[in-house]
Design a binder for this molecule. Sequence first.
Ligand code: GUN
Length: 301
Amino acid sequence: MGARIIDGRGFAAGVRARVAEAVGRLRSGHGLVPGLAVVLVGEDPASQVYVRNKAVQTREAGMASFEHRLAAETPQAALLALVARLNADPAVHGILVQLPLPAHMDAGAVIAAIDPRKDVDGFHALNVGLLGTGQKALVPCTPSGCLMLLRETLGDLSGLEAVVVGRSNIVGKPMAQLLLAENCTVTIAHSRTRELAAVCRRADILVAAVGRARMIRGEWIKPGATVIDVGINRIEEEGRSRLVGDVDFAGAAQVAGAITPVPGGVGPMTIACLLANTLVACCRAHGLPEPDPGRAEGAAA
Ligand code: GUN
């Protein structure tokens, strides 16, 4: 007994390598360099780490990285003016405003100001609507990465029972849309769901995105299920600080067929998908065919 461990770190490296190859072809064939602008407002330590990692990986993929750091007390009008400049800048194909924003800002208004064609987070209402109606959209990075891992693990997802625990706009809701588009039977569970353990036990695919350390127990998992753990929770245990997911890994790995570890599962996929979205946004802006870095060469279409 023991689940297959899904190697998100390795798969993400493959996605980044395929993005870098496509970027190389854009440069040599068309003289184009995809550009990603990342905006950080304030000094949230976790956000600073994410933003630094995004910039490093953007450059490693051969793309242009534009970093904008604004003080926490910056007026919202100044952030909106920056977004307007980035919208108009032809060297910028993707714009990401790191969340959370300081309390005096309205994240909805800021997201609405981003040109949907440059919205590489996939948070703009236009992209949300396109995804929900099965049209070509820019798709949020974390659920997009989860779907890549699921396809890699299971191949065709058609007809499978999928349970997504968590209903955030960033992960839960778009994840459910993506699974529906793969012909899964989808349930979104959340903090008010009754009999959560029994709901989870139905799942062939269980995606945990609740932000509560080890909330999902091994007994909640159907034998052989594929478990995708989106949680990144820092806890103190045995006198040291460590990162754990929303799933009790030790218990779940006894029962599941395959499971993502934390760290090294979903986490590395998110930035890889951000790079892939930036590449796709650049190709669309120039009317060029879109590569699909989420699929390994020779993988089933
Ligand atoms: N903060 C945490 N996750 C994300 C994300 O995917 N995009 C943005 N913009 N901010 C985040």
